[in-house]
Design a binder for this molecule. Structure first.
Ligand code: AP5
Ligand code: MG
Length: 235
């Protein structure tokens, strides 16, 4: 009887997970931990993680036209123009695997991008459920970025002090050698922070107005931050 009851609870919990459609935007400065938390959310709730930065880096690696164009902006710490990113994301979220939701990481990054997304979703009768803003002061950011190491093969990210790998310089997940991202040099990080305050931070007020803004303290350790996010999205 006890087992049947536990199975019932299990099925009920999982049905709840499937019924819940979660469309989440991660907001925050470069290095605030958007990618780290987006991967945890995507893995836990089985929804796609869509990172525009990762899409551009993959295009750069493959040498596509989009990659060549994006690289000229990214290397300077500037945003890639809206027209190169909006259609790409709007097409991506219309794909079949996004029907139960998704987590957008690094998009939108300007008010015109947010408006274009809202318009495209409204045309489908959809909307974003949560915009999670990860608050981390600028002073912490440079340290996080210089310590970040990324896997060029599987996309996993680590921090040499806060989230270390088991073997130094080697990805825990796939065994490849880790790299420091080109745009993580301190002078480029500073430019990215300026661009963030100027062009992306206004999105906080934008999503506050639509009542979907949720703020989390991104300075806590990775698991604590994830607990706060899980409590917010209520899943
Ligand atoms: P993108 O790749 O999105 O970079 P970003 O926003 O600058 O953010 P990062 O990926 O650097 O940081 P993150 O918040 O994901 O932090 P992470 O989890 O890695 O974009 C790159 C470029 O592409 C842009 O500059 C732009 O040119 C272009 N671009 C992309 N999207 C665009 C768009 N929509 N429009 C126009 N241009 C666009 O964490 C950072 C480090 O901290 C890691 O080492 C991590 O291990 C560590 N860490 C994470 N959480 C914690 C914690 N709680 N405690 C301690 N350490 C932690
Ligand atoms: Mg990222």
């Amino acid at each position: 009887m006890k087992e049947i009851f536990h199975s019932y609870l299990y099925v009920r919990e999982n049905l709840h997970e499937l019924e819940e459609i979660m469309k989440i935007i991660m907001l925050g400065a470069p290095g605030a931990g958007k990618g780290t938390q987006a991967k945890l959310i995507a893995g836990t709730y089985k929804i796609p993680h869509i990172s525009t930065g990762d899409i551009f880096r993959a295009n750069i690696k493959e040498g596509t036209d989009l990659g060549k164009k994006a690289k000229t902006y990214m290397d300077q710490g500037l945003l890639v123009p809206d027209e190169l990113v909006v259609d790409l994301v709007v097409d991506r979220v219309a794909k079949e695997d996004c029907k139960n939701g998704y987590v957008l990481d690094g998009f939108p990054r300007t008010i015109p991008q947010a408006e274009a997304l809202d318009k495209a979703l409204a045309a489908l009768g959809e909307n974003i459920d949560y915009a999670v803003d990860m608050e981390v002061p600028d002073a912490n950011i440079v340290n996080r970025m210089s310590g970040r190491r990324a896997c060029p093969a599987c996309g996993a990210t680590y921090h040499i002090v806060h989230i270390p790998t088991k073997k130094e310089g080697i990805c825990d997940r796939c065994g490849k050698e880790l790299i420091l991202r080109d745009d993580d040099k301190p002078e480029t990080v500073k430019k990215r922070l300026d661009v963030y305050h100027d062009q992306t931070q206004p999105l906080i007020a934008y999503y506050k107005r639509s009542n979907i803004l949720k703020e989390v303290d991104g300075t806590k350790d990775m698991d604590e931050v994830f607990k706060s996010i899980a409590a917010i999205i209520g899943a």
